[in-house]
Write a protein that binds this ligand. Sequence first.
Ligand code: ADP
Ligand code: MG
Length: 613
Amino acid sequence: MSDIIHLLPDSVANQIAAGEVIQRPASVLKELVENSIDAGADTIHILIKNAGRTLIQITDNGKGMSETDARLAFERHATSKITDIADIYALQSLGFRGEALASIAAVAQVELRTRRSEDELGTLIEIAGSKVIRQEYVQCDVGTTMLVKNLFFNVPARRRFLKSDNVERIHLLNEFYRVALVHPQILFSFYDEDEELFHLPPSNLKIRIENIFGKSTKKRWEQQLLPVETSTPLAKIEGFIGRPEFALKSPYQYFFVNGRFMRHPYFHKAILMAYSQMIKAEESPNYFIYFQVDPATIDVNVHPTKTEIKFENEQAIWAILHAAIRETLGKYNVIPSINFNQEGAIDIPVIQPCDKIVPPQPSFNPSFNPFEASVYKRSSLDWEELYKGFEKNRPTTDSTLQWEQKVHPEDTDSGIALEKNQSLDTRENTSFLQLKNQYILTGIKSGLLLIHQRRAHIRILYEKFLQQLKHQKGASQQLLFPEFLEFSPEEALYFETLKKDLSNVGFIFRETKKNYYEITGIPGELDSININEFLVDLIEKFKLGQSITSEDVHHKLALSLAEASAIKAGQKLTGEEMSDLVNRLFICENPSLTPENEKILIILPLEEIENRF
Ligand code: ADP
Ligand code: MG
């Protein structure tokens, strides 16, 4: 038998290696922009087409390459940045592996134009699938322009693996933010097709943050960012943290070490702990933290895409970071001043020293027999059981009767519950009592029904909005004064994906210029809320979820709308309003739980009431 082992051709080896480095258009953008920064550029222009699928073009005014270097740059392990393994431990550049250009050229059609200041003429090289197609002299500016066309043209499997244009755009933007945030002194422009998404002039870091992430009422960077600065032999830490009241559900959180973006869950905890007790559980503070450490004390090699970085002195730096954050929070007098939602809080009476304390009087029923049938009636608290058999009775004309039935098991054989036909209450004489402006109380056959008014309303509105989203017929009300909204490019992408659903529920808006919207109509139910804040919040929520099905979008949207427009706990209701609310609740698919599975109803069974007497 002949030998079967052979060496893979370079083009195949490069394609395989490319799988590690180049996963999507965003990885190309990252590698090319990092090269431009390593080349000392202070102006970098980015252009993408088709979310980077058909074109990613980067132009810089860096030092350029000689004719030979331009050709060599595409070889695997070709780099000007290290010569020796020891160099890795004193690394100042972003690249060093010499893999990026070889990988990109293996899976795309690449065109390079480059010139050094000392050369008259520049070099043009065209490569596709690792094959040089042409190399010649050209007239061009000092610096480098890279065009990466038709990414994965020769790897259909990879191409299919790419996500929707909007998802790929978000990846591209995220990579862009990560470099633009480290180099506020560099001018960046970012074009998506013919549209300039970003023009970031050289500035200080605070202004760079504002230029990138926009300035909505939720952000106000100028106001919220507090400086952090500390210098120790182990690490120098600088940057900004956000005031606690600006914490977000999807916060802006960035760590960089030696000019490189990194993730660091352990350091992240140091920051969260410094903020403990200052922020609501589901929110997290904004931060932009820059570490400078001796390159020999970190290992940037641990992850192929190099975002997780190991520190030699992790615990000590954790403590330094934690202390620095606490110091800033203390220095700027950040005192917890958040109004937590009072809903559901227990009202604990304050005991005055002079009050006479009466010990609780235990009450018991001497004739109580735990084995009596009545005990099993407790299962009437099990709502799943309760509704069995009712669906088929719907709809009845008398909705009062209907909800009476809904809270009665049809087959109840208890001696206490009244027979179905003996329903006492009719619409006219059902009376409702409001307790603490929060709960609605009313008698039903099997006892006392307590309803959480806000949750009931959320359930009603949720189902209504869900219907509108499915069948597209929400009524609008015109706004007397239109609202204006400005989105950051990233927010605009999310808004884009929600536009159709929003207009289905009754929003009317128009894009006056790129990323600026004028809102002239809102859903009829959404009275008296801050539309601006509502929409910004909504986009926040969508940022959190990654892959979203249309069902999930509808659920989130309907829930947000319902929560924004439902009556609040603490709102006084008239008898008519209560009766209306209760009737509408019991036409709902699921009157017992909110969309987030919180209880809406409680029944105090008659026998329990009787036992207490
Ligand atoms: P690495 O960045 O790890 O060295 P790359 O494959 O990204 O590897 O680049 C290979 C080499 O090509 C770099 O070391 C650098 O010398 C040169 N190079 C790449 N991009 C540029 C650029 N925009 N300007 C000048 N030189 C560049
Ligand atoms: Mg590189």
